[in-house]
Every structure is written in C-alpha cells, then in structure tokens.
Design a protein around this ligand. Sequence first.
Ligand code: THU
Length: 133
Amino acid sequence: MTDAELMNAAQKARENSYSPYSHFRVGAALLTKSGKLYTGCNIENAAYPAGNCAERTAIFKAVSEGEREFEALAIVGGKEGETSEFCAPCGICRQVIAEFCQKDFKILLGNPKTFKAYTLEALLPLSFTDKDL
Ligand code: THU
C-alpha cells in the first residue's frame, strides 16, 4: 500500500467521525507490517473526557486483534465541513504510538493530495518508554 493510499483510507475513516461537540472530524489509518489495515475515527461523548481520538481508535482496534507490529499511520483531520488540511496527533496519542512503534515509525500528516511523512522521533523526542522502567 502506498502512502497516498494510506492517506485516502484515513480520509475515508474520517467520514465515520462522531464529533457532535467539537465538530472536528479526524480519521486515521494504521498499516501493519503484515500489510493489514486498521482504521479509526474520533468518537466523542457527552461526558467529554470519555471521548477517544481517531489514532487511538485505530491502534486499539489493531492491538485488540492481536497486531503489534506497525509500518505507518496516516492522520487526516479538520473542522466539519472543511477540507482537512493538517492535523497533528495529540500528546496522548503520541505516547500510545510510542508504546508499540520504534523511533523511525512513519506518521503521515496532511490530506491525500498534500501530505508529509514524519518519524515518531520527530513528533515525540525524549519519549518515556518501557526502556526507562
Ligand atoms: N482529535 C483526534 O481524534 N485526533 C487528533 O490528532 C487531534 C484531536 C479529536 C479529539 C476530539 O474528538 C476532537 O478531535 C477535538 O479535539
């Protein structure tokens, strides 16, 4: 699967965003090393902290299905009714990514037409991981 195809999958996952409170819609697509695809969207809740980000939805879906080895993650987000431009993952999602992925893990940000690849190391330098325990 190409980076552009992964971005397209994230864009499609964004269509399922349940975000009646923030009206900010996010989709994520996670590619496993074995070539499987897991997607996710943000899922909000009337009790705000109970909501979940798109990235963690995708990661938790994959891990709960037995996946632990990941190749890349694409994230597409933006305000409802607007074309997604650029949505960086929140700090909690970066930490969850760091639990399962190496420093050189690829994270694609932007939209299917214009996107850029970042490493996990670039987005979460000096991270705290199991190696610190
Ligand atoms: N959100 C995500 O799903 N991923 C991000 O990377 C940033 C924020 C969601 C959480 C909440 O539902 C909405 O976007 C506004 O913060």
